[in-house]
Design a protein around this ligand. Structure first.
Ligand SMILES: Cc1ncc(COP(=O)(O)O)c(C=O)c1O
Length: 395
C-alpha cells in the first residue's frame, strides 16, 4: 500500500487533530489495541515485546543483525538519557551538535551525568555541517563521541546526519543520534549511515501512544556499556541483558502502550514502511506550507532544511494577531497547533505527522484563513526583524 491509496479515517471519537510532534493523532486500530489487559510476565506479552523489537530492527535494513533494540520505559528524554549515560564511558568526552532545544537538552543531560562535553551551538536556524565537525574533532583529540539530533523538532530543521557521520568516523570517533521525531519516516539505514546507537519513542513517526522509548544500538556497544550507567532504571546494558535472558522488561512495562505500538508498527508496514510513511508526511508538509505561504505566512527555514515532521512559521506582524487567540480559534475548528520554541522571534509550529493526509492539511490551511479573517488580520507577513534575523543568521 502506498501513501496515495492509504485510507486515513477522521478521528472517530470527535477529538481535534493534533498537529503536534507527538503525542499525535493515532488510528482507531491503535487506540482499540489498548482495550484489553496483558500480564507482563505472560508468554503472550513476551511475544509482543519480541515482535516489536524485531520489527523495529527490520527498519534498519541490511546490516541490522549487528544491532539490537532495547525498549525503555518513560518518555523520549528518558531514552536519550539512558543512551548518553550507557554509551559514553565515564572518562569519555562528547561533542553535542545543537541547533535548538533538544540539542541543548542533551548537553544539559551530560551536565547532570557529569560527562565531559562541549557544545557546537548553531542557534535556531542553521544545521551543524560535516566540515565544522571535522575541524572540532581535529582540534580536540579528547572527544570520543558526537551527539547529533536528526530532526531538531524545536524548529523542524532536518540535520545532515550523513555528512556528520562521515566526519565523525573519518576522525575515528563514535556517533550517537537522537532520531526521536524522525525515525520511521526518514531512513536511518545502517548500510547508508554509520552510528553506534540511536533513540526514538513510541509516540512519534510510528504513530503509537506515549509511554516508552527505544534505543537501537550496535551489539558490540551494548556489550561494552556494562557498568557505564549512573542509573539503575536507565541502564541500557542491564535492560538489554535482562530482556535477552528472560524476554521480559526489568520493571513494570507499559503493557497497553506496547500493544498499541505493535498495532502501529503493523500499520507502518502496511503503508510501505519508512518510504510510505515519509512520503505521506512530505506530501502533508508540501500542501500545508504552500497553502500557508499563499496566506502570507513565512517559514523560519529555507526549503532545503524543512523537515517533513514539523514546520515553524513566524507569527504575523499585524497587530491584530495574538497567538493564544489564533490557537483557540484553530482548536474550535478541530486543529490543535503548537507554540513556537525559538529564542529570538515569535513563532508557532504545525506538525505534519500522525494520522493525517493532504486532505486534512488543506482543511488546516482553510481553517487558518478563516481564523485570520475572524481576527481581522489583513496580512500574515512576519515583522521585518524576523526576516532580517533569518537572513543574517542564515547568510
Ligand atoms: C528530537 C527530540 N529529542 C528529544 C525529545 C524528548 O522527548 P519527550 O518529550 O518524549 O521526553 C523530543 C520530543 O519531542 C524530540 O523531538
Amino acid at each position: 500500500m502506498t501513501a496515495a491509496n492509504l485510507k486515513i479515517e477522521p478521528p472517530r471519537l470527535g477529538e481535534p487533530y493534533l498537529l503536534t510532534p507527538g503525542p499525535l493523532t493515532t488510528s482507531y486500530a491503535v487506540k482499540e489495541a489498548m482495550l484489553r489487559d496483558w500480564g507482563s510476565w505472560d508468554d503472550d506479552f513476551r511475544a509482543m515485546t519480541r515482535e516489536m523489537r524485531q520489527r523495529l530492527l527490520a527498519l534498519l535494513g541490511d546490516g541490522s543483525d549487528d544491532f539490537d533494540c532495547v525498549p525503555m520505559q518513560g518518555s523520549g528524554t528518558f531514552s536519550v538519557e539512558a543512551m548518553l549515560a550507557s554509551f559514553i564511558p565515564r572518562d569519555g568526552k562528547a561533542l553535542v551538535l545543537a541547533n535548538g532545544a533538544y540539542g541543548m537538552r542533551s548537553a544539559q543531560t551530560l551536565e547532570y551525568l557529569g560527562r565531559d562535553h562541549i557544545v557546537l551551538n548553531k542557534g535556531d536556524y542553521l544545521p551543524p555541517r560535516g566540515d565544522e565537525v571535522a575541524q572540532i574533532l581535529t582540534d580536540d583529540p579528547a572527544i570520543t563521541h558526537v551527539v547529533a539530533i536528526h530532526c531538531e523538532t524545536s524548529s523542524g530543521i532536518l540535520n545532515p546526519v550523513e555528512e556528520i557521520s562521515e566526519a565523525v568516523y573519518a576522525a575515528g570517533r563514535k556517533l550517537l543520534i537522537d532520531s526521536m521525531s524522525a525515525f520511521g519516516a526518514i531512513d536511518l539505514k545502517v548500510a547508508d549511515i554509520r552510528y553506534e546507537a540511536m533513540v526514538s519513542s513510541a509516540n512519534k513517526c510510528i504513530e503509537g501512544v506515549p509511554g516508552f522509548g527505544f534505543i537501537i544500538a550496535r551489539k558490540s556497544e551494548l556489550e561494552a556499556a556494562k557498568g557505564n550507567s549512573h542509573s539503575l532504571s536507565l541502564d541500557v546494558h542491564a535492560q538489554w541483558a535482562h530482556m535477552n535472558k528472560t524476554g521480559q522488561w526489568r520493571f513494570t512495562p507499559p503493557t497497553h502502550v506496547v500493544a498499541a505500538f505493535l498495532e502501529a508498527l503493523r500499520g507502518h508496514d502496511a503503508e510501505g514502511g519508512v518510504a510510505g510513511r515519509g512520503g505521506r508526511y512530505t506530501c502533508n508538509r508540501d500542501v500545508m506550507v504552500d497553502g500557508m505561504r499563499e496566506l502570507g505566512f513565512e517559514t523560519l527555514l529555507k526549503d532545503r532544511w524543512l523537515s517533513p515532521i514539523i514546520v515553524t512559521f513566524f507569527c504575523p506582524a499585524d497587530e491584530n494577531f495574538v497567538f493564544d487567540r489564533f490557537y483557540e480559534l484553530m482548536k474550535d475548528k478541530g486543529f490543535i497547533i503548537y507554540p513556537g520554541k525559538l529564542t529570538v522571534v515569535d513563532s508557532f509550529r504545525v506538525g505534519c505527522i500522525g494520522q493525517m493526509d493532504e486532505h486534512v492539511m488543506r482543511q488546516v490551511v482553510t481553517a487558518a484563513k478563516e481564523t485570520l479573517d475572524e481576527m481581522g488580520v489583513q496580512n500574515a507577513a512576519p515583522p521585518a526583524i524576523a526576516l532580517e534575523e533569518r537572513a543574517k543568521l542564515a547568510a
